[in-house]
Design a protein around this ligand. Structure first.
Ligand SMILES: [Zn+2]
Length: 141
């Protein structure tokens, strides 16, 4: 199978409620995401890399970069207070209905992008999301 991949990077903050260790604290990551896609070749391309870049940027990166990733069903009241203050002051909040682990985020991004790219006849083969330089989650469709 022939696939194409593109790498993206974004910075974001989160906190993992009910985490036993350091991750219960508000902290940030320099995330790296690799989107791998496939589809029928047209003019020697699966998809123009520029089109792939724009779609991923508009759909995910522009919304999450430099944001607080807010789990709206968190059991930590502090998380709701932080999100509330940020929202009220017009700061960027990326609200999700899942605990923002790399695994859950990669799954969410896979579903969002697979739906979006289906319009162009493209299928997402995998999403790899690095939370640190050596730790990542990978969703294979
Ligand atoms: Zn973290």
């Amino acid at each position: 199978m022939l696939t194409v991949s593109k790498e993206f990077a974004f910075e974001a903050a989160h906190m993992l409620s009910e985490h036993e260790g350091d991750c219960k604290n508000l902290h940030g990551h320099s995330y790296k995401m690799i989107v791998e896609a496939t589809g029928d070749m047209k003019d020697g391309m699966v998809i123009d890399f520029k089109d792939l870049k724009n779609i991923v940027k508009e759909t995910i990166i522009d919304k999450i970069d430099h944001s607080f990733i807010y789990f709206n069903a968190s059991k930590d009241e502090v998380e709701h207070k932080i999100a509330d203050i940020l929202k009220k002051s017009g700061k960027r909040v990326f609200e999700v209905n899942y605990r923002p682990t790399a695994e859950n985020m990669a799954t969410d991004f896979y579903n969002i992008l697979n739906d979006k790219l289906a319009d162009k006849g493209i299928r997402v083969v995998s999403i790899t999301l690095y939370e640190t330089q050596t730790s990542f989650a990978k969703v294979v469709g």
